[in-house]
Design a protein around this ligand. Structure first.
Ligand code: SF4
Length: 89
């Protein structure tokens, strides 16, 4: 079974250090770029939507930011704890 970071909110938001991260499920088109760049953090569900995994705790923040930047539809949203946007800018 998929090891989700938050089984009640599989697409987040989740806390990662000083960031809050979530996947906009409606935007996600299942391109899978995030699963390639940040493979500990994302996995596609059976509808092709990117779930957030427990492994996000071990993921390098740079890989997370890169995955958000590489997502073709900007479905990965990263914010600082104060609510300001890290990505999209
Ligand atoms: S890269 Fe974006 S569109 Fe593709 S699976 Fe990840 S979140 Fe969804």
């Amino acid at each position: 079974m998929t090891d989700l970071k938050n089984s009640e909110k599989p697409f987040g938001p989740i806390e990662k250090d000083d960031w809050t991260i979530y996947v906009d499920k409606d935007k996600c088109i299942g391109a899978g770029v995030c699963t390639a760049i940040a493979s500990k953090s994302f996995e596609l569900d059976n509808e092709g939507k990117a779930l957030i995994l427990k492994g996000v705790d071990q993921e390098n923040k740079e890989a997370l930011l890169d995955s958000a930047k590489a997502c073709p539809v900007a479905a990965i949203i990263i914010k600082n704890k104060n609510g300001s946007s890290v990505y999209p800018e």
